[in-house]
Ligand binder design. Structure first.
Ligand code: FES
Length: 109
């Protein structure tokens, strides 16, 4: 299902994932900015957040709307998130059960 810009997903499972004819791995949970997020084992943080309609991953002074997934291959650094006080590319980092992930706010650093 494709959603138009500003259109909210009203499906019961609140996920943008394709559900028909796809077998998914085990569901795991992690936290993003203290919000519980469900993901499938093997997904990257960026894809798990995108599937849950979370697109803003970091903030900086130049981009007041925040930044998120852009190249999806570890080149642009637009998807940086903080895990254990270190920055990681969300598009190249797999979710792990119970991990705590936070937005990077370059305005505060
Ligand atoms: S989206 Fe470009 S590095 Fe992650």
């Amino acid at each position: 299902m494709f959603l138009k810009k500003n259109q909210k997903n009203t499906s019961p499972n609140k996920s943008l994932r394709i559900t028909r004819r796809v077998e998914r791995s085990q569901i795991i949970n992690f936290e993003f900015n203290n919000q519980l997020i469900s993901a499938h084992q093997g997904e990257t943080i960026a894809i798990a957040l995108l599937a849950n309609e979370i697109r803003t991953l970091s903030y900086n002074a130049a981009n007041k709307t925040g930044s998120g997934l852009f190249c999806a291959m570890g080149v642009c650094q637009q998807c940086l998130v903080k895990i254990n006080e270190q920055n990681y590319e969300a598009c190249r980092t797999h979710v792990m059960p119970d991990m705590k992930v936070y937005s990077v706010n370059f305005n505060n650093e």
